[in-house]
Ligand binder design. Structure first.
Ligand SMILES: NC(=O)c1ccc[n+]([C@@H]2O[C@H](COP(=O)([O-])OP(=O)(O)OC[C@H]3O[C@@H](n4cnc5c(N)ncnc54)[C@H](OP(=O)(O)O)[C@@H]3O)[C@@H](O)[C@H]2O)c1
Length: 304
């Protein structure tokens, strides 16, 4: 039996990972959550090193996937200590406990470790984060690679996938504004959408397949260590994403493109991640955006 612990299995990405791994015959998945644990999940506060030690010592997983993080840039900017507790210190504690049991650790990071001025970015390009979220995730990468005897960082861009509420992903969070802009609705005005930052929306079930394939490599003695990256291959601004969403929802929405950034927290222009290292290993799956978003909207229909 190959045993994998998934820390943060209640989140947008962790759910997809636990779902994909749970379908593998002869794999045992141990999902953990913090505030949103259901009866199948272990409650774990990853900021508590003793609880982390006890969890790893009890479960002795063959591999550990860390999908827990504070990933909201505005929260990280306003409370960097809170961000570091989860994005850096908890990663170090998990990596250290895993090393004691020779467990391979895979930790998730972000394209926001780059400043977005010179894409595409290779895994070994020097990181230059623009905001507190990116800085905390970069320090988390370093904590993992310094601490884990066998460890890997997987950088990802903007994620979307099956949701439990619209705000879970920066892709689906556009839906309420799109619906409110529909021509003919009372008080409808065009929805203002950022047309400056270029993103590569990436489908969480595709990332889960990438992670399952990396775990299979590990099982077969071909462990991937160091930094790797994965990304969708369709460049889109939020303005583009909103137009695709309106099409999928069959809404006659009105949009106004915003060509200059207006965010309070600085965000990169284009952090396109080069996935060449994983592609060379034959790893990867990319579901086209229009097909993937229809799956998401079918599972969580708009009833506004
Ligand atoms: N979302 C994106 O667009 C995006 C883009 C690039 C990279 N990433 C990275 O992808 C990873 C997953 O992100 P996500 O979007 O799935 O995040 P998410 O939906 O916000 O989920 C965060 C997870 O962390 C758990 N968590 C929070 N505090 C915890 C604590 N003290 N101890 C243990 N677990 C705790 C949450 O559990 P409870 O909810 O049960 O408390 C939840 O399972 C993160 O590393 C993130 O930086 C995300």
């Amino acid at each position: 039996m190959f045993k994998v612990a998934v820390v943060g299995a209640s989140g947008l990405l962790g759910r997809a990972i636990a779902g994909e791994l749970g379908q593998q015959a002869s794999w045992q998945v141990v999902p953990t959550a913090f505030r949103r644990a259901d009866s199948h999940m272990t409650v774990l506060d990853a900021r508590d090193p003793q609880a982390v030690d006890a969890f790893i010592a009890r479960e002795k997983p063959d591999a550990l996937v860390i999908a827990a993080a504070e990933r909201r840039p505005d929260i990280c900017e306003n409370d960097p200590a809170l961000a570091r507790a989860l994005n850096v210190d908890a990663v170090r504690a998990l990596a250290s406990a895993a090393s004691r049991h020779r467990t391979w650790v895979l930790s998730i990071s972000t394209d926001y470790v780059f400043n977005g001025s010179r894409p595409p970015y290779r895994h070994d390009d020097p990181p230059t984060p623009l905001n507190a979220y990116g800085r905390s995730k970069l320090d988390g990468e370093r904590a993992l690679l310094e601490t884990a005897e066998r460890g890997c960082v997987l950088r990802l861009p903007l994620l979307y996938g099956p949701i439990v509420d619209w705000q879970e992903s920066a892709v689906t969070s556009l839906v309420p504004a799109i619906a409110a802009s529909v021509r003919g609705a009372a008080g409808a005005t065009p929805a203002i959408m950022d047309a400056w930052a270029i993103r590569y929306p990436t489908f969480t079930p595709d990332v889960a397949v990438v992670i399952r394939q990396m775990l299979e490599c590990h099982m077969h003695g071909e462990t991937v260590n160091g930094i790797v990256q994965w990304s969708g291959d369709e460049p889109m601004t939020k303005y583009d994403i909103a137009r695709h969403l309106a099409g999928a929802l069959r809404l006659d929405a009105q949009f106004k493109p915003q060509h200059t950034p207006t965010d309070a927290t600085p965000r990169p222009h284009n952090c396109h991640l080069d996935a060449g290292r994983l592609e060379a290993l034959g790893i990867g799956r990319r579901t086209p955006f229009d097909e993937a978003i229809l799956q998401v909207l079918t599972m969580f229909p708009w009833v506004g």
